[in-house]
Design a protein around this ligand. Structure first.
Ligand code: MG
Length: 387
């Protein structure tokens, strides 16, 4: 049963270009279908999160991450009576704007763009995800992009700098970036996707980190949130060893966080007397962890930053990734004709280069780098996961 505060496709704020309905699908289901059929979605298979695509077939990619966010989001959303189709659409699209090579690629592209035009908004992956669905996908005869509903686009634009929000205010009549200027919230479904994203990556980065050998199971004992579950698994299954200890621990961790979000969000919906989807937009963030879980989850993020994302072996690889992006950027900016089937349209050359690079898979970026520079970069070796 959908709650009265769930987003309702029948009263959607609509699409940028009017289209006839497509029964039996409603508008959010149609958005989800368009995302799944898009080129950018298919490429998520070959884009990485923390590890690089060529480092092993067993680590998360942006595709598997997006599916995990959709799964967690729908489970929690079902319990809260939210709109599962909208949750799924936002979750599957939330990372479409990510560059190759994870955050290292994004940082490098942001530096390249900011150096050329300090006031041009640089490169932000959330803003880029919106560009992908609004403009860069080329599938329909009468419009650019996927022509998604306001609610799906609102959820995709998870963060937005003031500069980019002002650009949207001047150039996008739908008001999709207005909340960053007004400091209001998006729909409950969008809020949930943000939190499901965090729950998913904390758990799967621990998983990939341990299976890669960069993190030791014993290190996790320093984290109160993980420690309790680890102790419980060892108590319940004294003979258990290896990866089953890790997976039993992580599934308990996921369940605890899912139940925490359900309980805390129900409490905040009740205390704020939320009756409609628009009430939720005017209230403080409602889909949330309890204060205690927030503290514990922040601790996990600090731990992952210090021990995994800044692990010397990860840093050595991301340094090479940054170099690839910088050199690709210079090569295309100097000779835009090297970009295949790209028309500038009303874009600056640098923005067209950023769009082109952001759309690449890890593998294609490396091929192009070798083609344009004549050099093959040496990647640091890393241990591989064994399952
Ligand atoms: Mg994500």
């Amino acid at each position: 049963m959908r709650a009265p505060y769930a987003s309702d496709p029948a009263i959607s704020r609509g699409r940028r270009h009017a289209e006839a309905a497509s029964p039996p699908r409603d508008d959010f289901q149609r958005d989800r279908d368009r995302i799944v059929h898009s080129t950018a979605f298919r490429r998520l298979v070959y884009k990485t999160q923390v590890f690089l695509n060529h480092e092993g077939d067993l680590f998360r990619t942006r595709m598997t991450h997006s599916l995990e966010v959709a799964q967690l989001g729908r489970s929690i959303g079902r319990a809260l009576g939210l709109n599962e189709d909208l949750i799924e659409a936002v979750a599957l699209a939330h990372d479409l704007g990510h560059t190759p090579f994870g955050h290292a690629g994004q940082d490098a592209l942001h530096e390249c763009m900011s150096a050329i035009d300090p006031d041009g908004g640089g490169f932000e992956h959330n803003f880029q995800s919106l560009r992908v669905v609004d403009r860069l996908e080329e599938r329909y005869a009468s419009f650019d992009g996927l022509n998604l509903t306001f609610e799906t686009r609102e959820g995709i634009l998870k963060h937005c700098s003031r500069a980019n929000a002002q650009w949207l205010a001047a150039n996008d009549p739908t008001g999709v970036g207005q909340r960053f200027l007004d400091r209001t919230q998006p729909s409950l479904e969008a809020q949930l996707c943000n939190l499901a994203d965090e729950i998913a990556y904390n758990a799967h980065d621990i998983d990939d980190g341990v299976r890669s050998g960069l993190l030791a199971l014993e290190q996790l004992e320093a984290l109160p949130l993980v420690r309790g579950h680890l102790d419980e698994v060892r108590r319940a299954h004294p003979a258990l060893t290896g990866r089953r200890v890790l997976f039993e621990t992580l599934r308990r961790l996921l369940s605890q966080q899912v139940y925490d979000v359900i309980d805390s969000t129900r409490a905040s919906l009740a205390s704020q007397r939320i009756a409609t989807a628009d009430d939720a937009r005017q209230a403080p963030v409602l889909v949330r962890f309890s204060a205690e879980m927030r503290r514990l989850a922040d601790e996990v993020q600090r731990f992952l930053r210090a021990n995994l994302y800044r692990h010397p072996q990860v840093v050595a690889t991301t340094d090479v990734a940054r170099e690839v992006i910088r050199e690709l950027f210079s090569a295309y900016a100097a000779e835009p004709a090297q970009m295949r089937s790209q028309q500038l349209g009303d874009r600056s050359t640098s923005r067209a280069v950023a769009d082109y690079i952001a759309g690449m898979t890890d593998r294609f970026a490396l091929q192009e780098h070798a083609r344009l520079t004549g050099r093959r970069l040496a990647w640091p070796q890393r241990p591989r996961a064994d399952d």
